[in-house]
Design a protein. Structure first.
Lengths: 166, 250
């Protein structure tokens, strides 16, 4: 026998947030990025979403904030407020496993979790997302967006990007 | 809270001005990667300036960040002379970036334990970002210092020229004693010692030499509102569009 449980409002909201993507990396949702720190539904159905920005100068934050607000309000639960928690620190450790796989599918390499501080090795090493080789070199710590570095693969001779550890 | 305002203002102004200087490499970098790197660092610096102006606004009742950043007179800016200098040649820009960013990283590291909590949280938040600026600076100091005679001599002369200006970062402010006593900040003197200890071995490993700076106070003045002749034209340029119509919505 299958018991179908009606999802709670919070579950509905979290599900809907899976479709709010980072405009710079459209395969990643705000949930995959670990940007959502809290979802509160008040008794009078007023929704408060708390989010942490990735980089302090990320130009996509305002766009993401507005997309979250309109997405939640389209669910007809109630009015929504999105609070950006500027004093909280974001780290690539917040990236979900699903998010990592999506990035790799998008041919952007990912890094190992950061323990305390990013080490030089963590910045330099990268697995080629095209051929899987570790025989690569760091090209530049800055790439097409603040969150990526560029690398070169000696085996398949491709330049590629990595979602850099922070 | 005047002492904390002064500390935040000078840090934010340094970030805003060096950010604009870095952005002047956009489209002009000697190689594409460097064009992108200086542009990315510019973006970070201006983001950090905004973060600090926002703390000034929300915690210390200073005016709106955009107004504060762009509607002050030159004499109300508290940035140091080092960040005001034009970008010059690439050797100068790399050396300035190296000298400034090491000071910046140590400053924010010490501020992680500041008694002024909003600043401590902000310092923790951006630590990882500044680390990438250091990775970038150190790798170019090492590559260009160790490459060939031409690059080595150009790096050495850029260092000799820039080092006296770098001491302008550490010009103490009016409220230095109070900031130290209240454990808001370790103070410029202590920071300068840490900085010299940090940069010396990196410079030496790149085959370059630190020359003695006879008068470290030579380029002081910025923290008190006295600036080089390069700041005013930069502010005029930054605000050229907004001055057409200061009430316009963007």
């Amino acid at each position: 026998m299958i018991i179908e449980k009606t999802p709670t409002k919070k579950e509905v909201i979290l599900q809907a947030l899976e479709s709010v993507k980072d405009p710079e990396i459209p395969v990643l949702s705000v949930i995959d990025l670990g940007m959502i720190t809290d979802v509160i539904v008040n008794n009078d159905d007023y929704v408060i979403i708390k989010m942490v920005p990735t980089y302090s100068a990320c130009p996509a934050i305002a766009v993401i904030k507005n997309s979250i607000k309109s997405k939640i309000e389209s669910l007809n639960i109630g009015p929504a407020t999105v609070v950006v928690e500027n004093d909280k620190k974001w780290s690539t450790n917040f990236l979900s496993e699903k998010g990592k796989r999506a990035l790799e599918g998008f041919k952007i390499s990912t890094a190992q979790p950061v323990s305390n501080e990013v080490t030089h090795e963590q910045v330099v090493e990268a697995k080629c997302p095209h051929c899987g080789s570790d025989n690569t070199t760091l090209n530049s710590v800055f790439g097409s967006t603040l969150c990526r570095s560029t690398h070169y693969c000696f085996d398949c001779k491709q330049l590629f990007e990595k979602f850099k550890p922070i | 809270m005047q002492h904390i305002k002064e500390l935040l203002t000078k840090m934010a102004d340094d970030d805003l001005i060096i950010g604009h200087r870095n952005s002047e490499w956009t489209g002009l970098g000697p190689i594409l990667e460097e064009d992108i790197s200086f542009s990315s660092m510019a973006q970070d610096k201006i983001g950090h300036a905004l973060g600090l102006y926002t703390i000034l606004n929300t915690e210390l009742k200073e005016t709106d960040p955009d107004k504060f950043a762009f509607h002050r007179k030159e004499t109300e800016f508290k940035c140091c002379h080092l960040v005001e200098l034009p970008i010059g040649e690439y050797d100068f820009s790399v050396i300035r970036h190296f000298l400034f960013d090491h000071a910046e990283k140590l400053r924010y590291e010490s501020l992680q334990s500041s008694s002024f909590e909003p600043l401590a949280k902000f310092a923790k938040k951006i630590h990882g970002e500044i680390k990438y600026h250091i990775f970038h600076a150190d790798s170019w100091i090492s590559r260009l210092g160790n490459a060939n005679e031409e690059s080595k001599s150009r790096m050495q002369s850029a260092l000799n020229y820039t080092l006296p200006y770098a001491f302008s970062i550490f010009e103490p402010g009016e409220f230095e004693d109070r900031l130290i006593a209240e454990k808001v900040f370790i103070g410029e003197k202590a920071l300068q010692v840490q900085w010299l200890e940090k940069i010396t071995p990196i410079i030496e490993a790149a085959g370059l030499k630190i020359t003695t700076v006879k008068n470290p106070t030579e380029h002081y003045g910025g923290r008190k509102g006295y600036h080089t002749e390069f700041l005013k034209p930069l502010i005029d340029e930054m605000t050229e569009v907004v001055r057409f119509d200061e009430t316009a919505n963007w």
